[in-house]
Design a protein around this ligand. Sequence first.
Ligand SMILES: [Zn+2]
Ligand SMILES: [Zn+2]
Length: 204
Amino acid sequence: MAPRIEQRQQALVSHRTNFWGRPSAASTASWRYRAQPRVVKRPDDGQPAFQRSVRCKVCKKSLTYSVHSAQAARARQKRWRTITYVSLAIFVVGLLGFILLLVLGGGPVLTGIAIAASAGGFVAVTCIGQVAAEETGVTGHFNSWPVISKHAVALDRPGVAELVCPRCGHAEEFGRPSVYRDGHPQTPYEVAKARLEAHDCRTP
Ligand SMILES: [Zn+2]
Ligand SMILES: [Zn+2]
């Protein structure tokens, strides 16, 4: 799900504090960020992107982002979605072609093309699908690229700002599947909230 885009909205600018992923549940790694809430104000539709600088509180680096209008941001989300669907189609066609060539006995060249198409389509779906899911219309510094970037700008999903410690800026992410504790399912939000309350607070 791509983030909701509004003309003026709360965002979190975060600095990644660990280089290697910490192992977390379900054989995934997670990255710890320190976040500072910010209000993103977008240019009017049809206007060029704003250049906005924000100084990271953690590393003091000045980060300049391009802030696109709500219309442009939605168009970017749509473009990524379209590319994802096209890649998915290439993957499926490549796979079907490969199977068909196996059954009918195709030459090595055609089979190679089919394998390349399905493999390329698969990689594109995975990478671009992630970009599509994270496009915020705020670009720069690898934001919403399929890489684990040093700094990230996330738009405020409901309640995200409350998951930032007001004292040290420690941020908890949520959105991972719920876990069970004492036999009761907890929402990802409750889990993140509990982690925030238990975090090792170091006031800078
Ligand atoms: Zn930083
Ligand atoms: Zn704290």
